[in-house]
Design a binder for this molecule. Structure first.
Ligand code: ATP
Ligand code: MG
Length: 419
């Protein structure tokens, strides 16, 4: 019988759905998803809570489904967070090494990271993650593990990811109102990246796009580290909205048409007339309708991808990405999106589904669940100090805010049936 601490719960509060995943950490540290619950999410827009009561109800529904599917009771969980308020900064901090022989000790690294964490952000902001990008010794950069090396001056570069207090508080309050204690808040881009990227991709250089309903989360990795993140407040809902307006049909119908028929493939365009949309009982000329659908969807997706590309280019990160783009999130199900991304970014693209995680096939094969699966994986790494190759000193995070975050402690899942 597994110990209680071996279970982890995670809640991905997305714009279109809330997914609660309950994972069990196996002896080999692989996570098995024991059960999950997904419900439509109300009260969220572009990754932000716009109606706490509705968001709380959706969280409660999703948690209750996950509990039923496992016979486990969730009283605390890891929570995903996104939104355009998320930002990051890079911060270099130095330390003179004074030990005999100038050998870098663990205590030096700890002190340096502790100093580096003391970043002055305005009181409007809250630090979500401090991730180590690289060390340098005597101005030689890209040192990954300085322990035991000899130098006069050790420096570290941290990627500090932060967000605005108000939208974070709204997420916290909607989770608290559902009587769930928050173990920690994890950036959704980091969770999705953790779920779908291979170690090789993270090491060589890769762009991860999680295109959901209301947001597109971007994470870029190089040398095993996340080096850039960005949230574009645009996702698949805008495509549906355009279809709804363009074809003058209700949103729900437009959503159904998008999922069934939308296709960005050029070859598809050639054969549009042959597609039968008759079962949707739209009183329109079939061929004209198909062509209209194609142009609405491709215009919107091209625009979305171009905005992401421009942003990455502006930060100078579009070069040295040999592993190309990995696209996940519900909108990665859009047919032809990989080919279109390849032509826009001029690099290879593939669909990202969770890797190195076990569970029901729907939970691990649908890219819409990458964030939830990734939250479990990332949470397990935090809990067990498994080397993500990138941890700063999360213990330095302010404990006063929200008061209930418990970094590095085992979560408790009260269970009526632990077998
Ligand atoms: N087969 C499909 N073809 C096209 N789009 C799809 C398909 N399946 C799902 N989608 C779209 O995926 C989007 C939902 O994705 P996802 O579940 O990842 O979003 P979310 O996590 O709720 O939102 P966000 O992450 O933006 O806050 C919706 O816009 C939906 O229409
Ligand atoms: Mg999402």
């Amino acid at each position: 019988m597994p110990a209680r601490g071996d279970y982890i719960a995670a809640i991905d509060i997305g714009t279109t759905k809330v997914s609660t995943f309950i994972g069990f950490v196996k002896k080999n540290n692989v996570i098995e998803i024991k059960g999950y619950g997904t419900t439509e999410c109300r009260g969220m827009k572009k990754g932000l809570v716009v109606d706490i009561n509705e968001a709380t109800k959706s969280i409660l529904n999703s948690v209750s489904l996950a509990e039923k599917s496992t016979n486990l009771f969730i009283d605390s969980a890891y929570i995903g967070l996104t939104g355009k308020h998320i930002s990051f900064l890079n911060n270099w901090t130095e330390l003179n090494i004074s030990s005999p022989g100038k050998i870098i000790r663990k205590s030096d690294i700890d002190r340096l990271i502790s100093n580096a964490n003391k970043v002055n952000l305005s009181s409007e902001h809250y630090i979500l993650h401090t991730l180590i990008k690289q060390f340098s010794i005597d101005d030689e950069k890209e040192i990954m593990d300085p322990l035991g090396l000899s130098t006069d001056k050790l420096a570290v570069e941290l990627l500090i990811i932060y967000g605005s207090i108000t939208p974070i508080k709204n997420v916290i309050n909607s989770v608290k109102a559902a009587n769930i204690e928050i173990e920690d808040i994890i950036l959704e881009a980091l969770a999705s990246g953790e779920a779908v990227l291979t170690p090789e991709e993270k090491s060589s250089g890769v762009i991860m796009l999680d295109i959901g309903g209301g947001t597109t989360d971007v994470a870029i990795y190089r040398n095993k580290k996340m080096i850039f993140t960005y949230c574009l407040p645009v996702g698949g809902d805008l495509i549906t909205n355009d279809i709804s307006i363009g074809l003058n049909i209700p949103f729900a119908k437009a959503e159904e048409i998008k999922k069934k028929f939308a296709n960005l493939d050029h070859n598809f365009y050639e054969t549009l007339n042959k597609i039968n949309m008759g079962d949707l009982k739209l009183d329109k000329n079939k061929a004209a309708l198909n062509i209209r659908l194609y142009s609405i969807v491709s215009d919107r997706v091209k625009e979305l991808l171009s905005l992401v590309k421009e942003k990455i280019e502006a930060y100078g990160f579009l070069n040295a990405i040999p592993c190309g783009i990995v696209i996940t999130g519900g909108t990665s199900n859009l047919k032809g999106i990989n080919a279109l991304s390849e032509s826009i970014f001029n690099m290879p693209a593939r669909t990202g589904i969770p890797v190195d995680i076990e569970g029901p096939s729907e939970a691990i094969s649908n890219p819409a669940y990458s964030t939830a699966a990734g939250l479990l994986k990332y949470a397990n790494q935090i809990k067990n100090f498994i080397d993500l190759g990138q941890f700063g000193d999360r213990k330095q995070k302010s404990r006063s805010f929200a008061g209930r975050f418990r970094d590095f402690i085992l979560k408790v899942l009260r269970s009526s049936n632990l077998d």
